[in-house]
Design a protein. Sequence first.
Length: 363
Amino acid sequence: MEKYRPTSLDGIVGQPMAVERLRPLTSQQSVPHLLLAGPPGTGKTTCALIVAREVLEGNIEGNFLEIDASDLTKKREVTVTETDDEGETTVRTVTKTMDSPLWRIKEFVSTASIDGVRFRVVFIDEVDTMSKEVQEALRRTMEVYSRNCMFILACNHQSMIIDPVRSRCGVVRFVPIPRADLSKRIVEVAESEGVELDRGAADGIAMAADGDIRRAMAMLQAAAVTRGRVDLDAVFAVSETRSSNGVRDMLSKARSGDFMAARDALDGLLIGEGMTCREIATEIQRQALELGLEGAEAVRLLDKVGETDFRIAQCGSGGMGMPLERVQLEHLLAYVAMSGRKRRRGFSRSHDRLQREHHREKG
């Protein structure tokens, strides 16, 4: 559904405050660095591309660099020419780690812009996955090249951005797209593609997408390919409802004190269902209040879920990210399992005490 990505701020769905904040920036002579913060699938990348196109007056080619934060620390292939003692020259390509993790950005911004544009634009996505050390290097780069380069940064968690970087940017906040706006956009795309939507299908997709327009478009496409006609059954088949049931089953096993069974259920969600650790943590948070927990127990569980989500975010992406994220979820399940065992032991002791008191009264 890439062809339906908006090409102007007028086409942005469900972000009136962000659009209002960005619109005047595109006509200014001096444009500040930007930090676009908000949940996934809310239009941050699209707005970054639109702003870059407006600022560069359409001269994107050679003047715009889009890069994911995880790519900044990748090793670089360089050509090395060596001459031995006999005078023979050998040319080979080696992979080496550069002195600066931002070498790709520095190479880009240190060269002259093309077609006479005022400056270049660098868009870095998922900045919140960068370590503090790399963010410090980014801050220095932003300072050195601020005259000839505009930086647009995007993140899901603004709190993970160090203050020196955040203070050098105009912060634009994005919110989950309202269900009504999402449903309307789904209907528009379906009509354009000739996809027949049953009554309630668009609302079902919007509800399952939970404010994420990228997920909504992917679900619409998958449902249309799978069933042809998109009805509620097709929406159910491509949505995460089954995964939600899997999370509920995992929590039930953990609450019963069976940690190993809950751990096996976690494997099923990660491997069988293809859910990410962040998605599982989010689903646990949604269902925490539906487990019939008492007030204090519910509060403790939500507090633990929040701590787990924070630790998962700290793991970053790539490398050892996935194993470390899994450890955090297993730690949460262990906590739920231990709480379940304590609850059952407490109930058993209370039951025994009541029986003893009952026998004393009869005696």
